[in-house]
Design a protein around this ligand. Structure first.
Ligand SMILES: *[C@@H]1O[C@H](CO)[C@@H](O)[C@H](O)[C@H]1NC(C)=O
Length: 118
C-alpha cells in the first residue's frame, strides 16, 4: 500500500530535479508593458555557490509603473541551473528585489522579464 505512494513521491522529486527552475508570479495582460528585461548569468566554480541580486528599479532610480508580472526563465533546461526567489517587493508594488542563487559548483543563466502598468 505504501510503495506506490513512495514511487510517486520519488517520481515527482525526480521530475522536479531534472527541470529548469522557472519562476512566474502575476499575470501580464493586455496593456501591460515590459519594463525590465535582462539576462543574468554567471559561470560555475567548483564548490562555490554563486548568487546575484537584481533590483528593479536600480538603486537611485524611480519606477512609476506598478509591477504586474515577473517571469524568471531558467535557461539551463537540464536542472543544473540556479534558483530564483523574490526577496522584497513584487507584483502590485513598484519595486522588486530578486535573488538568484546557483547550486553548489554550478552557474546559472536566467532571463528576467518584468511587466508593469502605468
Ligand atoms: C544563456 O541562455 C541564453 C538563452 O538560452 C543563451 O542565448 C546564452 O548564450 C546563455 N549564456 C551563456 C553564457 O551560456
Amino acid at each position: 500500500m505504501k510503495a506506490p505512494i513512495l514511487f510517486c513521491v520519488l517520481g515527482i522529486l525526480a521530475a522536479a530535479y531534472c527541470q529548469s527552475h522557472d519562476l512566474a508570479v502575476g499575470q501580464a495582460t493586455y496593456g501591460d508593458v515590459v519594463i525590465y528585461k535582462a539576462n543574468e548569468c554567471k559561470y560555475g566554480f567548483p564548490f562555490i555557490v554563486r548568487s546575484s541580486i537584481i533590483e528593479y528599479p536600480e538603486p537611485g532610480l524611480t519606477n512609476f509603473a506598478y509591477i504586474r508580472a515577473i517571469y524568471i526563465k531558467d535557461n539551463d533546461r537540464d536542472g543544473s541551473g540556479g534558483y530564483p526567489t523574490i526577496s522584497a517587493g513584487g507584483v502590485g508594488q513598484r519595486f522588486v528585489k530578486i535573488k538568484l542563487k546557483s547550486q553548489r559548483g554550478n552557474g546559472f543563466n536566467f532571463t528576467v522579464t518584468i511587466y508593469g502598468r502605468y
